[in-house]
Design a protein around this ligand. Structure first.
Ligand code: SF4
Length: 362
C-alpha cells in the first residue's frame, strides 16, 4: 500500500530529477494521517463484510477482487482490496522524503497503522541523507524502527562532492556517510541508490571512485544502480544541450560501473534492478561475488563493436535481459536486421534510436 505522509519533495532542486518539478511541497498533519488510517480501516471492514455477503468467509479472495473491480467502486477501495488480497503486509511511505516529519509524529502514525493492521511486516520509505544527517539522531531513528519502519531508500547518487554540487543534490559526501551510518546503527535496513553516468564524460572516474569510497564507509545492506537518463523536463537537459554536461555512451557507463565495483569493499548486496541499467544481471553479494560481477562486465566489454550495439538495442527493445540472450539466433537476427536498418536510415544512428527507446522507461 502506498501511503502519502508528505506531498512532493521538500528539496526539488536536483538537476537530473523531473518527478516533482512545479509541485509545492506539503507536510500532512498528524490528524489528517490518522484519519487516513481510520478510512483505510473502515474500507477494510467493509470489504470483509462484502466478502461474507458473497460467500467468501471474510477473506479478500479473487472473487471479492472481481466483485470490486467489476463495479463502480472508487480507486481507494480498489487499492485497499488489492493490498489485502496480497496479504496486506507491506507499506511504502510517500513522497520523496518522509523523514522530514518529526520523528515523534511519524512514529505515532506508524504505531497507529500497525495497531490497526497488525499483519504489516514491512514499512519502507524514501528519505534524504541531508535530512537524516542534520535533523535526526540515532535515537530518533531507533524510535522509528520500533514504530515499524523497516527499510529506508536513500538517493546517494554520487559520493563525489564535485558531482553532488554540480547536480544540486544539496548534500555532501560526508553528510551521506553520516546519514547512512546513523541508519545502520539504528538497525534499519538501508538501501543506497547510485546513479551511474552522473559524472558525465568529465567526472566519471571521480564519480565512480568517490561513490565506492563513501559506500565503503557506510556498508549499507543494499546498493542499487539506476543509470542516468536525461529528459527535456529535467534541468540537466539544458546543460546537455549547451554542451556543459556531456553524456557518456552506454559502453562508457559500463566501464564506469566496472571501476566503481573494483573500488567497492562494502559488505553489501549489489542490485541492478532498474530497466535503465544496461546490464540487469549485475547482482551479487560483495565482496564474495565481486569477481563474478566484473566477469559479467568484461563479457560485455570484450564484445566486438557491432555486437555491443546489437546487445544495447536488443536490451532496450526488451528482447534481451541478459548477455546470454544474444545466443538465441532468432532474437539475435531480429535485432541485427533492425540495427543495420537503423544504421542506414535513422538520423542519430543506432545510438540515437537506443536513447529514444530509453525515454519510455521514465
Ligand atoms: S531529492 Fe529526490 S525527489 Fe527531490 S529533487 Fe532530488 S532526486 Fe528528486
Amino acid at each position: 500500500m502506498l501511503f502519502r505522509v508528505t506531498r512532493n519533495c521538500p528539496w526539488n532542486k536536483c538537476l537530473f530529477c523531473h518527478i516533482y518539478k512545479g509541485r509545492r511541497f506539503e507536510r500532512r498533519s498528524l490528524e489528517e494521517l490518522l484519519s487516513d488510517i481510520d478510512a483505510i480501516y473502515a474500507i477494510s471492514e467493509e470489504l470483509k463484510a462484502l466478502s461474507w455477503r458473497i460467500g467468501e468467509g471474510g477473506e479478500i479472495t479473487r472473487e471479492v477482487l472481481a466483485y470490486v473491480f467489476n463495479r463502480p467502486f472508487d480507486e481507494c477501495v480498489r487499492m485497499v482490496a488489492l493490498w489485502l488480497h496480497f496479504g496486506g503486509k507491506t507499506v511504502f511511505l510517500q513522497d520523496a522524503n518522509s523523514l522530514v516529519l518529526k520523528a515523534e509524529t511519524l512514529a505515532k502514525v506508524l504505531f497507529y497503522l500497525r495497531q490497526k493492521f497488525p499483519q504489516i511486516e514491512r514499512i519502507t520509505s524514501y528519505a534524504r541523507s541531508r535530512t537524516i544527517a542534520k535533523t535526526k539522531s540515532v535515537e530518533d531513528l531507533r524510535l522509528l524502527k520500533e514504530a515499524g519502519l523497516t527499510r529506508l531508500h536513500l538517493g546517494l547518487e554520487s559520493g563525489s562532492d564535485l558531482v553532488l554540487q554540480y547536480m544540486r543534490k544539496g548534500v555532501t559526501a560526508s553528510q551521506h556517510i553520516e546519514a547512512g551510518r546513523k541508519v545502520m546503527e539504528a538497525g534499519i535496513e538501508l538501501s543506497e541508490y547510485v546513479m551511474p553516468g552522473l559524472g558525465g564524460k568529465k567526472w566519471w572516474r571521480e564519480h565512480a571512485v568517490r561513490t565506492a569510497e563513501v559506500l565503503n564507509q557506510i556498508n549499507p545492506h543494499f546498493i542499487r544502480l539506476r543509470t542516468l537518463m536525461v529528459l527535456p523536463e529535467m534541468p540537466l537537459w539544458k546543460k546537455v544541450e549547451d554542451g556543459d554536461f556531456e553524456l557518456q555512451s552506454e559502453e562508457e557507463v559500463v566501464r564506469e560501473i566496472r571501476l566503481f565495483i573494483e573500488h567497492l569493499e562494502a559488505n553489501s548486496y549489489l542490485i541492478s534492478d532498474h530497466i535503465l541499467n544496461l546490464l540487469g544481471e549485475l547482482e551479487g553479494k560483495l565482496p564474495e561475488e565481486k569477481e563474478k560481477l566484473l566477469k559479467i562486465i568484461d563479457g560485455f566489454l570484450s564484445l566486438p563493436k557491432d555486437e555491443k550495439m546489437n546487445f544495447c538495442l536488443g536490451r532496450r527493445l526488451g528482447l534481451y535481459e541478459r548477455l546470454d540472450d544474444m545466443k538465441d539466433p532468432v532474437k539475435w537476427k531480429q535485432v541485427e536486421e533492425l540495427r543495420l536498418q537503423l544504421e542506414r536510415e535513422y538520423p542519430g544512428g543506432v545510438e540515437g534510436a537506443v536513447f529514444k527507446l530509453k525515454e519510455r522507461f521514465l
